[in-house]
Ligand binder design. Structure first.
Ligand code: ZN
Length: 491
């Protein structure tokens, strides 16, 4: 009974504060686990120290139909890690899965090292638990469900990894081996139809999305069909959460490239509840009259509150592109924005130039900001503006995936440079015209001072002060994810 002995051993070692099971354990985040020989008397465990982050339970009732459980375990002061995975005795299969486990461990450990350079008290926790399935004794599959949190992340990440196994060939199938090349199109269509049923609000996004085989990269063989898993934020906007669609083997028919003898019973997937985005109150706009969008970047700050006061006094809205890490401490200002009908928008978590980041990091920058805004005001931002206006193809494809249009500007006040209310006023009055998107920064008090005269002047000149979403909607229809807009005038 390898499993129960291992469990007792693990429990003892957990008590000792630093643990191993069959693996040779890592003893600190700098030392990666060695996959070779194990030695029980290798190191004297350090005194028990409670991990500041509670160990997270994922998959309380895991299904285990394949292999024996193995693990990478580490509990130290700053980083607790528990990655459970199956070992089957099929060498080629075991190797791939064990390597995956080591890799996710290494990446998390590297995050902790990075975090320790900027934080005195870095703190992280990585947990993976798994379901394993047998499919008519011909195939097996493993679904690894993760939960990763650390003190540098606003919100935990819930990654998923999938392994489909051909038991006859004793190897792991690549995701593109599951469906015939001609069948892929059909599977994508089934997926889109089912997603629209599950998430009616995603219909427009799905219609606009160019769905490719990437959408099928997490396809899990199950006894009752193939489950397509779309990890939260990977293809659909993050607010829709992780989506799962189970397509029965019957339904898939010829589209299935593996064993034509698979013909399980059909089952409907459970309907998943997910949060719907709230929408900000909108004011009536006369689309026959001139309108412009004032935009303010880098807040929220005390100046933001001043600008909101002026908008309320004179009647008008603006769009605020906010930096995620400033939001929590100015929650009331963000709530005021929403209450007045101004637009809450995304300006990344900490203002890094997105054209220098990986798609993973871009996604995280936007998702974390969206999450914190939702948390404080109940509204998910629809629009984003990249810091410095800097974007590239990667930024466009990530924002397209996330359902987010990119908003730059047509009038640049250079308020950050001049830092003078009169100069800012003059810059706006010189260039403003119907459809302008005006770039200002509510980081600077001089910009707040400029608005004392700018806002009433624009209104008396006949402009409606609207949000960017209202402006684009009125002038060119709903803004498209991944597309860059600089004004309400058509290009
Ligand atoms: Zn900025």
């Amino acid at each position: 009974m390898k499993r129960s002995i291992a469990a007792v051993l693990a429990a003892l070692l957990v008590l000792a504060g630093c643990t191993a099971r069959n693996d040779n354990p890592p003893s600190s985040s700098e030392a990666p686990p060695s996959s070779s020989e194990s030695s029980q008397e290798e190191s004297v465990p350090s005194l028990p120290e409670v991990s500041p982050m509670e160990e997270i339970q994922v998959l309380e009732h895991a299904v285990r139909e394949f292999g024996e459980e193995d693990a990478i375990l580490q509990y130290d002061k700053n980083f607790s890690c528990k990655i459970l995975y199956p070992v089957s005795g099929m060498e080629a299969v075991d190797q791939v899965i064990a390597e995956w486990a080591k890799q996710v461990y290494d990446e998390a450990a590297a995050d902790m090292v990075k975090l320790s350079t900027t934080s005195d008290n870095p703190d992280g926790s990585l947990t993976y638990n798994y379901n394993s399935y047998l499919i008519q004794d011909r195939y097996a599959s493993v679904e690894e469900v993760g939960f990763y949190a650390h003190s540098g992340l606003a919100h935990p990440i819930e990654p998923i990894a999938i392994f489909n196994i051909d038991l006859q060939a004793q190897r792991i199938l690549a995701s593109d081996e599951l469906f015939t090349s001609g069948g892929q199109e059909q599977v994508l269509q089934l997926l889109a139809d089912r997603l629209k049923e599950q998430e009616p609000d995603a219909a427009d996004i799905l219609d606009a999305a160019e769905m490719d085989e990437g959408w099928l990269s997490a396809a899990l063989l199950r006894p009752d069909g193939v489950e397509i898993i779309l990890e939260r934020g990977s293809h659909l906007p993050g607010y829709l959460g992780t989506q799962r669609v189970l397509l029965s083997y019957e339904e898939l028919g010829d589209a299935l490239a593996i064993g034509s003898n698979l013909g399980g019973e059909t089952e409907q997937p459970p309907a998943e509840q997910s949060q719907q985005p709230s929408t900000a109150p909108s004011t009536a706009i006369d689309t026959s009259k001139p309108m412009i969008a004032l935009t303010f970047d880098d807040g929220p700050t005390v100046t933001t509150a001043k600008i909101l006061g002026l908008l309320k006094e004179h009647g008008g809205s603006a769009t605020f592109f906010m930096v995620g890490n400033s939001v929590q401490s100015k929650a009331e200002i963000v709530q005021q924005m929403v209450a007045q009908g101004s637009e809450v928008a995304n300006h990344t978590w900490d203002h890094k130039p997105l054209n220098k980041l990986t798609s993973q990091d871009i996604r995280q920058q936007l998702q974390a900001t969206s999450d914190v805004l939702y948390e404080v005001c109940g509204v998910r931002p629809v629009l984003m503006r990249p810091p410095y206006g800097a974007f590239n193809d990667t930024v466009q494809s990530v924002t397209a995936e996330m359902g987010t249009p990119i908003i730059n500007w047509s009038v640049d006040t250079l308020d950050w440079k001049t830092r003078n209310a009169t100069d800012t006023y003059n810059a706006i009055m010189r260039d403003v015209k119907n459809g302008s998107i005006i770039l200002c920064h509510d980081l600077h008090k001089e910009t707040g001072e400029a608005m004392v005269t700018v806002i009433p002047k624009l209104i008396s000149d006949g402009y409606q002060l609207v949000t960017v979403s209202q402006l684009l909607e009125a002038t060119q229809g709903p803004p498209q994810p991944g597309t860059v807009y600089t004004s309400g005038q058509s290009a």
